[in-house]
Design a protein around this ligand. Structure first.
Ligand code: RIB
Length: 348
C-alpha cells in the first residue's frame, strides 16, 4: 500500500492520518493500539500496514497521561558532574530494570530555581514518583507535591519532616572514621576541607571529625577548618594553595576532605606545587567514587554505598506508588573507610 508522505507537510503521522490511510474510524485505530483483541485480523493488518508506511509512532506519554500516571520515575540530582550522583542514578535504574519503567535524570546544578522548575514539569508529566537530592531538604514544594499525590523520596539528605521516605548515610560516623584513621597514623595537625556549611552533609562530616579528636583526648578546636564555597575539584585546588601557604609547623600534615572531588583537586594542587602526598600531606576523601582509586596517588576515602542508596530509594518509591499500606521509612546507611596510598604514617 503506497502512502503519500508529503501530504502532511513534513509533520509526524498521527492517528487521524492512520485512520484515513487504512480507511477505518479513529476508534478502530485506538482499538488496534490498546485493545487489539476487539479488531478482526484483516482490519488490524491493514491498520498496522498503514502505521508502518506512515512511520507512525504512538504518543506514549499522552496515553499514560490519560491513564493518570506515566511509567516513569524521575531523579533530580544536585550536580551531574559529580560521579556520586550518577552512581546513585545507576542504582535507581538497577531497581527499575525489567519493570517496564523509565527513569528521567534531571540536574538542578545546586540551584533552587532550576530544581523548582523541574519539579513543576515532572508533576505535569504525571511521573509515578520523584527521587531527589534537594538543594534544601525542607523545601516546602516537596511536601506540597507529595500532598498532591506524587510520592517523593529524599536521597542522601535527611528531611526534618517525616512526610517522605529518605535514604542517607551516617555522615558524622564517616567523619569520625576519617580522622580516627589519620590519628592512628600519628598525624597531629589535621585540616578539614569542605563547605559551604549550609550543606547538612558537610556539617555532619565536620562534627564527626571533631568528635574523633575529642574521643582521642584532643581539643576539637585543633582541627584546622579550610572552608570552601563548593564541593568541587576547583575548590580543592584552591584549598591546596591555602594549605601550602601555611607557615612551618602551623601547616597540617593531613587533610580530611568533605568529598572526593575536593580531595582530587587538593591532590592535583599538591602535585603542581611539589607538596609530597602522603609524605608532606596525607589526604582522605569522601564518597569513594571510581576515580578515587584511579588517582595519581590512589585516594583513601570514606565509601558511601552509592548504588545501594539509589536502589533502596527507588524500591521505597515504588512501594509508596503501589502499596496502599505503605509506611514512610528513613533509612540510614553506614559508610566505611577504604585506605589507600594517599595516607601513610605521619613523617613527624
Ligand atoms: O553534595 C555533593 C556531595 O554530597 C557528594 O559528593 C556526596 O558526598 C553527597 O553526600
Amino acid at each position: 500500500m503506497a502512502i503519500d508522505r508529503s501530504a502532511r507537510g513534513g509533520r509526524s503521522a498521527n492517528v487521524k492520518d492512520v485512520a484515513a490511510a487504512a480507511r477505518v474510524s479513529l476508534g478502530t485505530v485506538s482499538n488496534v493500539l490498546n485493545r487489539p483483541e476487539l479488531v478482526s485480523a484483516g482490519t488490524r493488518h491493514r491498520v498496522e500496514e498503514a502505521m508502518r508506511e506512515l512511520g507512525f509512532v504512538r504518543n506514549e506519554s499522552a496515553r499514560q497521561l490519560r491513564a493518570g500516571h506515566s511509567r516513569t520515575l524521575a531523579y533530580v540530582m544536585l550536580d551531574a558532574s559529580n560521579p556520586f550522583f550518577t552512581d546513585v542514578a545507576r542504582g535507581i535504574e538497577d531497581a527499575t530494570e525489567n519493570r517496564d519503567l523509565s527513569v528521567f535524570s534531571c540536574n538542578s546544578d545546586n540551584r533552587a530555581d532550576r530544581e523548582l522548575a523541574y519539579l513543576t514539569r515532572l508533576q505535569q508529566q504525571r511521573v509515578q514518583g520523584i527521587l531527589i537530592t534537594p538543594v534544601n531538604p525542607n523545601e516546602p514544594a516537596l511536601e506540597e507535591i507529595a500532598r498532591q499525590g506524587t510520592p517523593i523520596v529524599i536521597v542522601d539528605r535527611v528531611s526534618d519532616v517525616a512526610a517522605h521516605c529518605s535514604v542517607a548515610v551516617d555522615d558524622a560516623h564517616g567523619g569520625r572514621l576519617a580522622v580516627e584513621h589519620l590519628l592512628d597514623l600519628g598525624h597531629q595537625r589535621i585540616a578539614f576541607v569542605g563547605g559551604p556549611m549550609r550543606i547538612g552533609q558537610v556539617r555532619d562530616r565536620l562534627a564527626g571529625a571533631r568528635q574523633a579528636l575529642q574521643e582521642a583526648g584532643r581539643s576539637p578546636d585543633e582541627l584546622v577548618v579550610v572552608e570552601t564555597e563548593a564541593l568541587t575539584a576547583d575548590e580543592g585546588r584552591s584549598a591546596g594553595e591555602r594549605i601550602a601557604g601555611m607557615a612551618g609547623r602551623s601547616r597540617p600534615t593531613a587533610a580530611f576532605c568533605a568529598n572526593d572531588l575536593l580531595a582530587l583537586g587538593l591532590l592535583q594542587q599538591c602535585v603542581a606545587l611539589g607538596v609530597g602526598v602522603p609524605e608532606e600531606l596525607a589526604i582522605v576523601g569522601y564518597d569513594d567514587i571510581d576515580f578515587a582509586a584511579l588517582a595519581a596517588v590512589p585516594l583513601t576515602s570514606v565509601r558511601q554505598p552509592r548504588r545501594e542508596l539509589g536502589r533502596t530509594a527507588a524500591e521505597l518509591l515504588l512501594d509508596e506508588a503501589s502499596n496502599p499500606a505503605h509506611e514512610h521509612q528513613q533509612i540510614l546507611f553506614t559508610p566505611e573507610l577504604v585506605a589507600r596510598a594517599s595516607t601513610r604514617r605521619s613523617p613527624r
